[in-house]
Design a protein around this ligand. Structure first.
Ligand code: SF4
Length: 258
């Protein structure tokens, strides 16, 4: 498969005024070449997945927050089966704050770790009522202080319910950006910052969705479908999975995960 060979003599992409070409990167290419390659990869991902979006169903920030808490160690599909009844029964923060633990646990049992998740939802309802007038706050500092809400969940909220650009580093995102050679960091916060430096903030939220969609459909953890991958020409990990198109094609999972 032919490789793209970014030319450092080309002009810097808009928004990357001070990109020192001599800085080295995980792949040994110049910093400028990395930015150009990363943006070409992202442009292709945008063509492949124009409609990428959060695969959890929600209509309000609170619903997205609850769904995201339930999605820990659980598929989005399973969460989407549970949430319609849950959202109908607990329409606001006050309802979660005053919920009977047994009722809540029963409704979310199938998502796994239901006791811990019920704890989070009860605590979440109480914290929102006590500290935020029952509303979900739209900033990182307040979100990460809520029970059951870490930086990843907070970024999901900011990007998808409040329109604040954010990079969400989940297991798919971390795996893919390391395979892409965009960073070699393992720590999610460091990955977030390293990838954020390659793209303008306006792209961060959709970048997160599109990279995750590619991870779920093509670039699987165990056997990535390299021979059927639309961004293979910019990927230094091409060959980590089968490169034969017919073999790789059988590994694709081009269905909805919602
Ligand atoms: S070429 Fe292979 S490792 Fe690289 S993104 Fe595509 S499927 Fe993943």
């Amino acid at each position: 498969m032919p490789r793209d060979t970014p030319d450092a003599r080309d002009a810097a992409p808009s928004g990357t005024a001070a990109v020192p070409a001599e800085n080295t990167t995980p792949t040994g290419e110049s910093r400028l070449a990395l930015v150009r390659r990363a943006r070409k990869t992202y442009r292709k991902l945008s063509e492949l997945y124009p409609d990428a979006h959060a695969e959890l169903n929600f209509t309000t920030p609170l619903e997205l927050l609850v769904a995201t808490i339930l999605s820990a160690q659980c598929t989005d599909k399973r969460v989407n089966q549970v949430t319609p009844a849950l959202f109908a029964r607990y329409p606001d923060a006050e309802a979660y704050a005053s919920a009977r633990r047994e009722d809540l646990e029963e409704m979310i049992r199938s998502t796994g770790f239901f006791r811990a998740k019920a704890n989070s939802l009860l605590g979440l309802g109480q914290a929102l009522c006590e500290r935020h007038g029952g509303e979900v706050p739209g900033n990182l500092a307040d979100l990460v202080k809520l029970p059951g809400v870490g930086r990843k969940t907070a970024n999901v909220l900011l990007g998808n319910a409040f329109g604040v650009p954010g990079i969400t580093v989940d297991t798919h995102f971390g795996r893919l950006v390391r395979r892409f050679g965009w960073t070699d960091e393992q720590d999610p916060v460091k990955v977030e910052h390293a990838v954020g430096e390659l793209f303008p903030p306006k792209d961060w939220t959709m970048l997160s969705h599109r990279v995750v969609w590619h991870g779920r459909r093509v670039c699987h953890a165990r056997r990535p479908a390299c021979g059927a991958c639309g961004v293979a020409q910019w990927c230094p990990s091409f060959g980590e999975g089968p490169t034969d198109p017919a073999t790789a094609g059988k590994l694709l999972r081009m269905r909805s995960f919602a």
